[in-house]
Design a protein around this ligand. Structure first.
Ligand code: ZN
Length: 241
């Protein structure tokens, strides 16, 4: 089967709809969402409503936790704190309840999924370096762990010795190698490519593909400005930074 892994949607409905169309076109048979459904973007309710009936598995992100009042906002920079408060005020009770029921980490189709790190999911650390990845490989039993959080798609691999890192769009997985795969961000890419990102894992061919999708950035930005959210959050969507 082909599996779709989506993360860091961040209330960006235009990006999410473009990605869901690409997911359908790809032939993926199941979808997992790796957290941060909300925060930054102006369409938190619409995004949760789109995803709830479609995802087979989902985990909680730090921005979801913040919007639910579970995270001290002192750890957020000011724009993130502002949108967390705004999302807290605007999130519908049924979506709040659903987000509140999500686990921190779960096994899905034999793979581990988590928003931040498998070693300590509630500390919201980042896996940014070879050293970070080396530490995390000892924290899950499955062959592969799919993560989000940094908004930077990439693939760490190890045979138990050296850890490698690849940023190619498509990576053929190898027998005997374990992987930590960052699936990138649907709603706020930060790797210099403004297109929405998601990951397609083809189990039969054992390949992962970082897919990128054009979407209506102007419209998503306008929604952020119209909601009275920080203008920087509207601007950065255009840069993909
Ligand atoms: Zn995020």
């Amino acid at each position: 089967m082909k599996l779709a892994l989506l993360s860091d949607v961040h209330g960006n409905l235009e990006a999410l709809d473009a990605v869901l169309a690409d997911v359908t076109a790809s032939g993926a048979g199941a979808i997992a969402c790796l957290g941060d459904f909300v925060g930054y973007g102006a369409s938190p309710n619409e995004c949760v409503a789109r995803l709830r009936p479609r995802v087979e598995a989902a985990v909680l992100g730090n921005h979801d936790a913040a919007a639910l009042g579970r995270l001290t906002l002192g750890r957020f920079h000011s724009d993130a704190a502002t949108t967390a408060r705004w999302t807290d005020e605007h999130l519908a009770p049924e979506h709040r309840e659903w987000l509140g029921s999500l686990p921190m980490t779960v096994a899905w189709h034999g793979h581990r999924i988590v928003h931040a790190t498998p070693s300590d999911p509630e500390e919201w650390h980042y896996v940014l370096s070879i050293e970070d990845a080396r530490y995390e490989f000892s924290a899950f039993a499955e062959r592969a762990c799919f993560i989000g959080h940094s908004h930077s798609p990439g693939v760490f691999g190890t045979d138990g010795g050296a850890v490698t890192y690849a940023r190619s769009a498509r990576v053929a997985l190898e027998p005997g190698i374990r992987y930590i795969v960052n699936v990138g961000s649907v709603g706020q890419p930060r790797d210099g490519d403004a297109r929405a990102a998601w990951l397609l894992y083809d189990e039969e061919h054992d390949t992962v593909e970082h897919r990128r999708v054009e979407y209506d950035i102007e419209r998503a930005s306008a929604r952020i400005r119209d909601a009275g959210l920080p203008a920087f959050l509207a601007e950065r969507l255009k840069w993909g930074e």
